[in-house]
Write a protein that binds this ligand. Sequence first.
Ligand SMILES: [Mg+2]
Length: 404
Amino acid sequence: MYSVIEKRNILELKDFYGLMAETREVRRGVVQRMWDGAAADPESIDSLRNALASLESIPMENGSRTLLLEGRPVAADLGYEIGELQKDIHFLAHGEDALMALLAAIHPDFESQVERAMEIVAGRVYNVFATDRDGTVNNYCARYRTSVQSAYNALLLARFAKRKTRTSVVLTSAPLAEPGILDISVTPDGTMVYAASKGRECVDLRGVRHHLPIDSAERRTLDELNARLDGLLKKPAYRKFALIGSGLQFKFGQTTVARQDIANSVDREESYAMLRTVQRLVREIDPEGARLVIEDTGLDIEMMLTVDDAEGGLKDFDKGDGVAAVASQLDLDLSQGPQLVCGDTHSDVPMLLRVAEQCPDTRAVFVTRDKALAAKVAKARAKSVVVEEPDALVAALGRAAGAD
Ligand SMILES: [Mg+2]
């Protein structure tokens, strides 16, 4: 029943992905056992130590780790994966106080950041706690699929959710699953609502999925597109596009496929050929261009369902609409305070504004060094504070929920 990770040599990008997926299973297991009152088991700690040693043995070239993608070396920033494994091992082996000491050693002014956040969050039970994930309650990772949540992070957030909130919602722009937020999260069952695709789809505390209504003809178009892209990326010549950058993501009402990543892992010509292949595929499914729009960011190809403007438009759907959609699907009363909203970018501000508009008793913590964003947050009708590190916010939430 315990997954065990052995130390191994990681050379290929896909093996690195495989190893990180295994750390997710180990972390999920140990988190659930600790949540149920047991101590961290030595097998899990050893497994994470072996995973860390495997990552640390990946060869370095010019200051960054090098992995192989179909025989070609690609530079990979593994700062998140290595750093979070180190913190988890320290936490599981030595406990929460030792973790806090480690975080204070890593981040300048850590304690003062935690205290600032505590002043806002502590001492109340929130009706709804709505938070962004990446950069807010989770440190940033270079790739989505390997941004596996740490065990310490999951336990601190779950404790806050259980003791200090009626409903806690993690609201992200990433998809729900396959791959999505559910594949990289390790929080105990029944503690957090996960809302994905900016809130257009969610999984409630009982594990039931909800989503906004979508026209059946549009659904069929997107299903066909997703099946064709999935088939394409299973062919050896295209497999690499599932392994770089954003990979292949099936969001609600939108599909994303990478054609390049920030390290330019894919040959330029091959990347353009991928774009043309996808454009051709979309034209075959939707010859009139009536149902699907394509946007090319240079790294990712985004394919979205076109939406009748009269209905509000999916493209303009923001996290304010998302939090309202989740609230209506799960019967949450946004007007009844107190409420807590956390974020780290401008795209999280609509979520704060929407909640604050409905409830005067709203508080906010934003994680940012961006002065313009901090000013926007300060202007919202909410008592708020800004900190610099996701770890400081997570530590404050854990402490606000009391020590274990
Ligand atoms: Mg974020």
